[in-house]
Design a binder for this molecule. Structure first.
Ligand SMILES: [Zn+2]
Length: 247
Protein backbone atom coordinates (compact mmCIF):
# COMPACT_ATOMS: atom_id res chain seq x y z
CA UNK A 1 0.00 0.00 0.00
CA UNK A 2 1.23 3.44 -0.96
CA UNK A 3 1.65 5.99 1.82
CA UNK A 4 0.91 9.65 1.29
CA UNK A 5 3.73 12.09 2.04
CA UNK A 6 1.80 13.18 5.11
CA UNK A 7 1.69 9.60 6.38
CA UNK A 8 5.38 9.20 5.70
CA UNK A 9 6.14 12.37 7.65
CA UNK A 10 3.91 11.23 10.48
CA UNK A 11 5.69 7.85 10.63
CA UNK A 12 9.08 9.57 10.69
CA UNK A 13 7.92 11.99 13.35
CA UNK A 14 6.54 9.14 15.49
CA UNK A 15 9.82 7.22 15.26
CA UNK A 16 11.73 10.36 16.21
CA UNK A 17 9.47 10.86 19.25
CA UNK A 18 10.14 7.33 20.46
CA UNK A 19 13.87 7.71 19.93
CA UNK A 20 13.86 11.03 21.77
CA UNK A 21 12.22 9.35 24.76
CA UNK A 22 14.91 6.63 24.71
CA UNK A 23 17.59 9.35 24.54
CA UNK A 24 16.06 11.03 27.62
CA UNK A 25 16.22 7.77 29.58
CA UNK A 26 19.86 7.32 28.62
CA UNK A 27 20.52 10.89 29.66
CA UNK A 28 19.11 10.18 33.11
CA UNK A 29 21.54 7.27 33.40
CA UNK A 30 24.07 9.66 31.96
CA UNK A 31 27.72 9.19 32.72
CA UNK A 32 27.15 6.57 35.42
CA UNK A 33 28.01 3.47 33.32
CA UNK A 34 31.25 5.14 32.18
CA UNK A 35 32.08 6.25 35.74
CA UNK A 36 31.51 2.71 37.03
CA UNK A 37 33.76 1.25 34.31
CA UNK A 38 36.47 3.84 35.07
CA UNK A 39 36.37 3.04 38.78
CA UNK A 40 36.57 -0.69 38.05
CA UNK A 41 39.70 -0.01 35.97
CA UNK A 42 41.14 2.09 38.82
CA UNK A 43 40.58 -0.72 41.32
CA UNK A 44 42.35 -3.27 39.10
CA UNK A 45 45.23 -0.85 38.46
CA UNK A 46 45.66 -0.11 42.18
CA UNK A 47 45.47 -3.78 43.14
CA UNK A 48 48.21 -4.57 40.61
CA UNK A 49 50.38 -1.74 41.93
CA UNK A 50 49.83 -2.80 45.56
CA UNK A 51 50.77 -6.38 44.68
CA UNK A 52 53.98 -5.09 43.04
CA UNK A 53 54.92 -3.06 46.12
CA UNK A 54 54.17 -6.06 48.33
CA UNK A 55 56.50 -8.23 46.22
CA UNK A 56 59.23 -5.57 46.41
CA UNK A 57 58.83 -5.40 50.21
CA UNK A 58 59.09 -9.19 50.49
CA UNK A 59 62.25 -9.11 48.34
CA UNK A 60 63.77 -6.46 50.59
CA UNK A 61 62.98 -8.49 53.72
CA UNK A 62 64.59 -11.53 52.07
CA UNK A 63 67.65 -9.47 51.11
CA UNK A 64 68.05 -8.33 54.74
CA UNK A 65 67.87 -11.94 55.96
CA UNK A 66 70.53 -12.91 53.41
CA UNK A 67 72.77 -10.04 54.50
CA UNK A 68 72.32 -10.96 58.18
CA UNK A 69 73.38 -14.53 57.37
CA UNK A 70 76.43 -13.20 55.51
CA UNK A 71 77.35 -11.17 58.59
CA UNK A 72 76.91 -14.20 60.87
CA UNK A 73 79.10 -16.32 58.60
CA UNK A 74 81.72 -13.58 58.40
CA UNK A 75 81.74 -13.16 62.19
CA UNK A 76 82.16 -16.94 62.64
CA UNK A 77 84.99 -16.93 60.09
CA UNK A 78 86.74 -14.09 61.93
CA UNK A 79 86.52 -16.05 65.19
CA UNK A 80 87.99 -19.08 63.46
CA UNK A 81 90.82 -17.05 61.85
CA UNK A 82 91.63 -15.31 65.13
CA UNK A 83 92.06 -18.73 66.77
CA UNK A 84 94.33 -19.74 63.89
CA UNK A 85 96.43 -16.61 64.38
CA UNK A 86 97.57 -18.02 67.73
CA UNK A 87 99.03 -21.03 66.02
CA UNK A 88 100.78 -19.49 63.00
CA UNK A 89 104.27 -20.71 62.27
CA UNK A 90 105.59 -17.91 60.14
CA UNK A 91 105.03 -14.35 59.05
CA UNK A 92 103.60 -15.23 55.64
CA UNK A 93 100.90 -17.39 57.21
CA UNK A 94 100.12 -14.60 59.67
CA UNK A 95 99.66 -12.11 56.87
CA UNK A 96 97.48 -14.47 54.86
CA UNK A 97 95.14 -15.06 57.81
CA UNK A 98 95.13 -11.36 58.68
CA UNK A 99 94.07 -10.65 55.09
CA UNK A 100 91.15 -13.12 55.45
CA UNK A 101 90.07 -11.39 58.67
CA UNK A 102 90.19 -8.05 56.90
CA UNK A 103 88.05 -9.35 53.99
CA UNK A 104 85.48 -10.86 56.38
CA UNK A 105 85.40 -7.54 58.26
CA UNK A 106 84.72 -5.70 55.02
CA UNK A 107 81.91 -8.17 54.22
CA UNK A 108 80.31 -7.26 57.53
CA UNK A 109 80.64 -3.52 56.83
CA UNK A 110 79.13 -3.82 53.34
CA UNK A 111 76.26 -5.91 54.70
CA UNK A 112 75.59 -3.41 57.48
CA UNK A 113 75.46 -0.62 54.92
CA UNK A 114 73.13 -2.64 52.67
CA UNK A 115 70.83 -3.50 55.57
CA UNK A 116 70.57 0.23 56.37
CA UNK A 117 69.70 0.95 52.72
CA UNK A 118 67.14 -1.84 52.55
CA UNK A 119 65.58 -0.76 55.84
CA UNK A 120 65.22 2.78 54.50
CA UNK A 121 63.67 1.44 51.28
CA UNK A 122 61.24 -0.62 53.34
CA UNK A 123 60.17 2.50 55.24
CA UNK A 124 59.56 4.41 51.99
CA UNK A 125 57.77 1.54 50.29
CA UNK A 126 55.64 0.79 53.33
CA UNK A 127 54.44 4.40 53.31
CA UNK A 128 53.65 4.07 49.60
CA UNK A 129 51.92 0.75 50.25
CA UNK A 130 49.70 2.23 52.94
CA UNK A 131 48.86 5.25 50.79
CA UNK A 132 47.85 3.01 47.87
CA UNK A 133 45.83 0.79 50.19
CA UNK A 134 43.91 3.81 51.47
CA UNK A 135 43.45 4.97 47.89
CA UNK A 136 42.12 1.54 46.90
CA UNK A 137 39.75 1.58 49.83
CA UNK A 138 38.39 4.96 48.70
CA UNK A 139 37.97 3.83 45.11
CA UNK A 140 36.18 0.68 46.21
CA UNK A 141 33.74 2.73 48.29
CA UNK A 142 33.14 5.12 45.36
CA UNK A 143 32.58 2.16 43.07
CA UNK A 144 30.10 0.58 45.46
CA UNK A 145 28.14 3.85 45.66
CA UNK A 146 28.08 4.44 41.92
CA UNK A 147 27.13 0.84 41.23
CA UNK A 148 24.22 1.04 43.66
CA UNK A 149 23.13 4.30 42.05
CA UNK A 150 23.33 2.79 38.57
CA UNK A 151 21.43 -0.33 39.68
CA UNK A 152 18.57 1.79 41.01
CA UNK A 153 18.38 3.93 37.87
CA UNK A 154 18.69 0.89 35.60
CA UNK A 155 15.92 -0.92 37.47
CA UNK A 156 13.72 2.16 37.18
CA UNK A 157 14.30 2.74 33.48
CA UNK A 158 15.09 -0.65 31.98
CA UNK A 159 11.48 -1.69 31.43
CA UNK A 160 10.62 1.67 29.85
CA UNK A 161 13.63 1.49 27.59
CA UNK A 162 12.80 -2.05 26.48
CA UNK A 163 9.19 -1.09 25.75
CA UNK A 164 10.29 1.97 23.79
CA UNK A 165 12.86 -0.04 21.84
CA UNK A 166 10.14 -2.50 20.84
CA UNK A 167 7.91 0.41 19.85
CA UNK A 168 10.73 1.88 17.77
CA UNK A 169 11.30 -1.41 15.96
CA UNK A 170 7.61 -1.55 15.14
CA UNK A 171 7.53 2.07 14.03
CA UNK A 172 10.48 1.43 11.73
CA UNK A 173 8.42 -1.10 9.77
CA UNK A 174 6.09 1.75 8.80
CA UNK A 175 8.89 3.59 7.02
CA UNK A 176 10.27 2.74 3.61
CA UNK A 177 13.86 1.57 3.58
CA UNK A 178 15.31 4.55 1.73
CA UNK A 179 13.76 7.03 4.18
CA UNK A 180 14.73 4.97 7.20
CA UNK A 181 18.32 4.87 6.00
CA UNK A 182 18.35 8.67 5.61
CA UNK A 183 16.73 9.06 9.02
CA UNK A 184 19.27 6.83 10.74
CA UNK A 185 22.17 8.61 9.11
CA UNK A 186 20.81 12.01 10.13
CA UNK A 187 20.18 10.84 13.67
CA UNK A 188 23.63 9.30 13.91
CA UNK A 189 25.30 12.51 12.76
CA UNK A 190 23.28 14.84 14.99
CA UNK A 191 24.64 15.51 18.46
CA UNK A 192 21.12 15.91 19.85
CA UNK A 193 19.93 12.73 18.06
CA UNK A 194 17.30 14.66 16.12
CA UNK A 195 16.65 13.70 12.49
CA UNK A 196 13.08 14.99 12.29
CA UNK A 197 12.37 18.45 13.67
CA UNK A 198 9.52 20.92 13.73
CA UNK A 199 9.41 24.55 12.66
CA UNK A 200 9.69 26.70 15.78
CA UNK A 201 9.46 30.49 15.66
CA UNK A 202 10.07 30.42 11.88
CA UNK A 203 13.27 28.42 12.44
CA UNK A 204 14.50 24.85 12.23
CA UNK A 205 14.37 23.46 15.77
CA UNK A 206 17.38 21.27 14.99
CA UNK A 207 19.90 23.97 14.10
CA UNK A 208 17.87 27.16 14.87
CA UNK A 209 18.46 28.68 11.43
CA UNK A 210 15.61 30.69 9.91
CA UNK A 211 13.38 29.01 7.35
CA UNK A 212 12.22 31.27 4.49
CA UNK A 213 8.41 31.85 4.44
CA UNK A 214 7.93 30.10 1.10
CA UNK A 215 9.72 27.01 2.39
CA UNK A 216 7.64 27.07 5.59
CA UNK A 217 4.53 27.18 3.48
CA UNK A 218 5.80 24.20 1.42
CA UNK A 219 6.43 22.27 4.62
CA UNK A 220 2.88 22.97 5.84
CA UNK A 221 1.50 21.67 2.55
CA UNK A 222 2.91 18.21 3.44
CA UNK A 223 3.18 17.38 -0.25
CA UNK A 224 6.86 16.49 -0.25
CA UNK A 225 9.60 15.73 2.21
CA UNK A 226 11.57 18.90 2.85
CA UNK A 227 14.90 19.08 4.65
CA UNK A 228 16.55 22.03 6.38
CA UNK A 229 18.88 23.89 4.01
CA UNK A 230 21.41 24.29 6.80
CA UNK A 231 21.49 21.00 8.71
CA UNK A 232 19.71 18.60 6.37
CA UNK A 233 17.20 17.46 9.01
CA UNK A 234 13.70 16.51 7.89
CA UNK A 235 11.31 19.36 8.66
CA UNK A 236 7.68 19.01 9.71
CA UNK A 237 5.22 21.72 10.69
CA UNK A 238 4.28 22.61 14.28
CA UNK A 239 1.03 20.65 14.06
CA UNK A 240 2.89 17.34 14.25
CA UNK A 241 4.12 18.13 17.75
CA UNK A 242 0.54 18.88 18.79
CA UNK A 243 -0.76 15.63 17.32
CA UNK A 244 1.94 13.68 19.10
CA UNK A 245 1.25 15.28 22.45
CA UNK A 246 -2.45 14.44 22.41
CA UNK A 247 -1.90 10.94 21.04
ZN1 LIG B 1 18.32 22.91 10.47
Amino acid sequence: MEQTVEQKLQALFDLQSIHTQIDKIRQIRGELPVEVADLEDDVVRLETRIQKIKTALDDLEDAIVTRKNTMKDAAAAIKKYEAQLNEVKNNREYEAISKEIEIAGLDIQVSEKKIKEFTYEITVKTEEYEKELADLDGRKKDLEGKKAELDVITAETQKDEEDLTKKATKAETQIEERLLFAYNRLRGNAKNGLAVVTIQRDSCSGCFNQIPPQRQSDIRQRKKIIVCEHCGRILVDEEFAGIQQTA
